[in-house]
Design a protein around this ligand. Structure first.
Ligand code: GCO
Ligand code: CA
Length: 263
């Protein structure tokens, strides 16, 4: 029973920004469960090739496509290519994102807009063009990668928080419009994970490192592999009546107000 419910064998999953970090961990989880992985990245072809080789080393069928998720023309052309060369996209994980840590009062408008463009507008662009096939086939799964900053503020990450908060409502609206076509749209909200993105604030002795460990009921940074279960659930039949939900995987951060450092 549970094997059929969570089975994603042979499904094609496009994971944006899956060349490293959380995107790679989630795509590895899907791939190890039998999905074919389509890796997107935009920094260099070499980075994509290396990522594809890393998936293949794990016995995963993987393909790589370089395109800018914020550029609609590139997105349209790449999705067409993927559907011709790999197959129909069954699962889309909108993971690609950036962060800029600058106090709002010092932030350039162009930088603010760039964060909104990549973290909020891109999931719209990619979903808009992938969902057309899903609607035609009356089946599909879309997962938008949200954040603790979808719910909470923090000094210096205002643009990112605005984008990730917006992504929650975009997820609910996509679910509203597409659930009738048997396309389930949900989000995953990772807590604080050990990745290259958090490396600058995770160094031992850095006050932020102590703060996160203290603030997280599980008392540690997340291991990216901890996201695989939620990703498989939201990609499989097991979630066929789950729509517009954000599944936070955060070691309990959102469950609590926190505690003084002496407790
Ligand atoms: C930060 C972090 C966060 C995380 C994550 C939290 O500076 O606070 O980089 O934004 O990356 O998104 O859920
Ligand atoms: Ca809320």
């Amino acid at each position: 029973m549970s094997q059929t419910l969570f089975d994603i064998t042979g499904k094609v999953a496009l994971v944006t920004g899956a060349t490293h970090g959380l995107g790679m961990a989630m795509a590895m989880g899907l791939g190890k469960s039998g999905a074919t992985i389509v890796v997107n990245g935009n920094s260099s072809q070499e980075k994509i090739d290396n990522a594809v080789a890393a998936y293949q080393k794990e016995g995963i069928t993987a393909f790589g496509y370089k395109f800018n998720v914020a550029d609609e023309t590139q997105v349209i052309a790449s999705i067409k290519k993927i559907e011709e060369e790999v197959g129909a996209i069954d699962i889309l994980v909108n993971n690609a994102g950036i962060i800029k840590r600058t106090p709002l009062v010092d932030m350039e408008v162009a930088d603010f807009k760039q964060v909104i463009d990549i973290d909020l507008v891109s999931p719209f662009i990619v979903s808009k063009h992938v969902v057309k096939g899903m609607i035609a086939r009356k089946a599909g799964k879309i997962i938008n990668i949200c954040s603790m900053m979808s719910e909470l503020g923090r000094n210096t990450v205002g643009a990112y928080a605005a984008a990730k908060g917006g992504l929650v409502m975009l997820t609910k609206n996509m679910a509203t419009e597409w659930a009738r076509f048997n396309v389930q749209v949900n989000g995953i909200g990772p807590g604080y994970f050990a990745t290259s993105q958090t490396a600058p604030i995770r160094v031992d002795g850095h006050p932020f490192n102590d703060f996160i460990v203290n603030r997280t009921p599980a008392k540690k940074w997340g291991d990216p592999n901890d996201l695989a279960g939620a990703t498989i659930f939201l990609s499989s039949k097991a979630s066929d009546f789950v729509n517009g939900h954000i599944l936070y995987v955060d070691g309990g951060i959102l469950a609590t107000i926190g505690k003084p450092s002496n407790e």
